[in-house]
Ligand binder design. Structure first.
Ligand SMILES: [Zn+2]
Length: 426
């Protein structure tokens, strides 16, 4: 093999932290301080005349607040600086049309997180096959689950290192999200076949060569029953609560249990996506997907006037919330994984791929007999088969005849429309 050129790869790695109760409360306190700092900053920003809203002024205000308010001192100085940076970036994103204006962060509705912006503060070492140790500023040296080889110790150099981290708390506890940079040999071009992928309605992923990737329900029957019971309990307790009254400790506990089950389902879904996209990236050289917008994706569960969605009620709950995020993440994973294997991900603008016949190329009314079955109504053709498979073949066909979506480099991302027009879905 020839010595290829090296390319820099940046990625995130998330690991579960094993914290003692004391360490958990320290991390919690830091996250609350970070959120309070954000809110103080936001109040300050709105109060200041426009010409005085500068990074330098905000920095002075933050330093002052850290001197005046005792509880802010639990937050490491670097983390406080990171709050300021994120806040200013949030305004930039707003001015450039990528996001809405920053808002105050509510205690229970915002994600608890603390930044550790400097990678060299972390001093990561591996102490066991399954455990690593990391320094968390003002918390101490703690254990985390070691599930991936990280460039630390003698494996670290200027090209391969950890550049920073963020501590994030979800329903399953505190995690550390590491930012990793590595230098890797540019992969040889992937000689594998081309494949079109359709986001199936009857199967999660249908490929143009007939392969399908399916998954079971994310929660076991027992877990589903438990979730239902908890949701009913929460609804009952909520109904008994007088308006304006604080959420009771018992109700909050029920909410936490619900969040834990949902987080478990989400983690299993993400795990399935990782395994599936890795297999696809290893197998195929060129992967073609439909250039879908998220709005269309949410609507597709409901279906269109022509092809009404099936199992709409079933998809409405947990599954819908997962599915809505899933496609975007699948595409992101496919993009970086195909690139790593020397392949490529291509998006095609593909209206009507679910209604066109892949055998004769005609679109005839009524050909989509159901969500699962496609029967061509062209009298000279009459092809019939799986509807998702048909759509995947159409997507590949569009790529082969040269319909490729040009990525809108540097253009502002259009924010999601509030209402979905059903007629344009899929
Ligand atoms: Zn046909």
């Amino acid at each position: 093999m020839s010595q290829g050129t090296l390319v820099t790869r940046q990625f995130g790695h998330r690991a579960r932290l094993a914290l003692s109760p004391t360490e958990v409360s320290k991390a919690d306190a830091q996250a609350h301080a970070a959120r309070t700092l954000w809110n103080l900053l936001h109040a300050w920003w709105q109060m200041m005349p426009k010409d005085q809203r500068t990074l330098a002024h905000a920095d002075t205000a933050i330093r002052q607040a850290r001197q005046d308010l005792d509880f802010l001192t639990v937050l490491p100085a670097q983390a406080a600086q990171a709050v300021l940076k994120t806040y200013v970036q949030a305004w930039k994103n707003c001015w450039e049309g990528r996001a809405a204006a920053p808002k105050f962060k509510a205690r229970f509705r915002s994600v608890m997180s603390v930044d550790v912006p400097q990678g060299r503060d972390l001093h990561i070492t591996r102490v066991h096959r399954r455990w690593g140790m990391v320094n968390l500023p003002k918390i101490g040296r703690v254990k985390f689950r070691w599930t991936k080889d990280l460039p630390v110790g003698k494996h670290a150099d200027t090209g391969n290192r950890i550049t920073g981290a963020r501590l994030v708390r979800d329903a399953l506890g505190w995690h550390i999200a590491l930012r990793v940079t590595t230098l890797e040999a540019e992969p040889e071009p992937h000689p594998g076949p081309e494949a079109g992928i359709d986001v199936g309605v009857t199967v999660p992923l249908a490929l143009s060569d007939g392969t399908t990737y399916e998954h079971g329900p994310w929660l076991t029957e027992q877990e589903q029953a438990k979730l239902l019971r908890l949701e009913q309990r929460a609804a009952r307790r909520k109904a008994h609560r007088k308006s304006g009254e604080r959420t009771s400790r018992r109700l909050r506990r029920t909410y936490d249990q619900i969040a834990q089950l949902r987080a478990k389902a989400k983690r299993r879904a993400a795990d399935w996506q990782h395994r599936t996209t890795t297999t696809i990236a290893r197998t195929y050289g060129t992967v073609v997907v439909e250039a879908l917008t998220v709005t269309n994706m949410v609507a597709s569960a409901r279906g269109t006037a022509e092809v009404p969605g099936r199992n709409v009620a079933q998809k409405a709950g947990l599954n819908r919330s997962i599915a809505a995020e899933a496609w975007g993440r699948t595409v992101t994973m496919l993009a970086y994984k195909t690139a790593r294997h020397g392949g490529a991900l291509v998006k095609v603008p593909a209206p009507g791929t679910s209604r066109r016949c892949s055998a004769c190329g005609r679109t005839t009314p009524g050909s989509r007999e159901s969500q699962a079955v496609f029967v061509c109504k062209n009298p000279d053709c009459g092809w019939s088969g799986n509807a998702d498979h048909n759509a995947a073949q159409n997507i590949l066909h569009l790529y082969r005849i040269g319909h490729v979506a040009i990525p809108a480099a540097g253009r502002a991302v259009v924010r999601r429309a509030r209402r979905v027009k059903l007629a344009t879905a899929r």
